[in-house]
Design a protein around this ligand. Structure first.
Ligand SMILES: C[S@@+](CC[C@H](N)C(=O)[O-])C[C@H]1O[C@@H](n2cnc3c(N)ncnc32)[C@H](O)[C@@H]1O
Length: 310
């Protein structure tokens, strides 16, 4: 894959419909099994892990992997299931030797720390690689706000690309701890220039608007469902309001990179949600461009649109 030079983390097999995905993180791999398993049923869970372990052993041998971690993902998309508690994401590799954690990977010559042993997440969403690259290539001298920042993949990419300021908001302290480590891995140690805020995006955006904060690029990449401080967020319902709130901190001529990863929201529906948000905010869109999917994610569940405003 010529497009993946300087990159050692990518998807090798993308068959969510068939129930299998396989991701490389440098010398180590993650096999995900998407099955209709009831996590409350210990026998079902154990059977799924057993099947995944056998598949991982075959793949691990052929790929000469140092390790293969298994993640069994229950198909019930709209149920918040703790796969870790249900034993569906074994903390030890099901094949090979465990790497030291966090493991450092390289993406377009930017370094990130990932954890393959900690539930369903790994610390980096590989399907955002091309969008991180776009941000790196377009952030020079700009002020970037990264909402739902997780481990700050977008913010680090923007910082490497020469952003004047990055501000990242996430509710999870563990994600922000890894975020600070990710900045450091790339020699970016100025915590004032690269601010991390632990808190609720939906509370912080109005607060920032009231005090007059302005950004040239805002990244919106919320989860499909979340609950923070008792308030439920559903992307398929609440995206227009989220966009309108974010537009209150967007400088004139600014851009929003809007993403959604929701099986029930296709590209047309997402366009509609974005139009509704623009109307709510009474702003004018100068251009809207659907961002292409990375070559290793042909099924393309994640949708991203770059909106440029007057
Ligand atoms: C899908 S991940 C975001 C991925 C991230 N944009 C990236 O590219 O790495 C969702 C993140 O949103 C955070 N989150 C969910 N609801 C939130 C809220 N209301 N305020 C702040 N963070 C929130 C979670 O802690 C989690 O880290």
């Amino acid at each position: 894959m010529a497009a993946l030079a300087d990159t050692n983390a990518y998807r090798l097999l993308d068959d969510e419909a068939g129930g299998l995905t396989l991701d490389r993180y440098a010398t180590d791999w993650v096999l995900s099994l998407l099955v209709a398993v009831d996590p409350r049923d210990a026998r079902q869970a154990a059977a799924a892990v057993q099947l995944g372990t056998r598949v991982a052993a075959h793949l691990g041998e052929r790929l000469q992997a140092r390790s293969v971690f298994l993640k069994v993902r229950p198909r019930q998309a709209n149920t918040l299931v703790d796969a870790k508690l249900a034993g569906l994401t074994p903390p030890r590799p099901v094949f090979g030797q465990a790497p030291t954690t966090p493991l450092t990977i390289r993406e377009n010559a930017v370094q990130f720390g990932v954890r393959l042993d900690d539930g369903l997440g790994t610390g980096l969403y590989l399907d955002q690689r091309d969008n991180r690259r776009w941000l790196r290539d377009n952030a020079r001298g700009l002020r970037v706000l990264n909402t739902f920042a997780y481990t700050c993949g977008f913010s680090v990419a923007a910082a490497v690309g020469g952003a004047r300021l990055t501000v990242s908001i996430d509710a999870a302290q563990a994600a922000l701890t890894q975020a600070r480590a990710n900045f450091a891995l790339n020699g970016l140690d100025d915590a004032k220039q690269h601010d991390l805020i632990r808190g609720d995006v939906l509370a912080w955006l109005p607060k920032m608007a009231r005090r007059g904060d302005q950004f040239d690029i805002v990244v919106l990449d919320p989860p499909s469902y979340a609950q923070v401080d008792g308030v439920r967020f559903q992307a398929a319902r609440d995206y227009p309001q989220l966009l309108a709130t974010a537009l209150a901190v967007l400088a004139p001529g600014g851009r929003v990179l809007a993403c959604i990863n929701h099986a029930g929201v296709d590209a047309r529906r997402f366009d509609q949600l974005l139009s509704d948000g623009v109307r709510l905010a009474r702003r004018t869109v100068r251009s809207a461009r659907a961002m292409p999917q990375p070559v290793d994610f042909p099924a393309g569940r994640m949708k991203a649109v770059l909106l440029e405003f007057a």
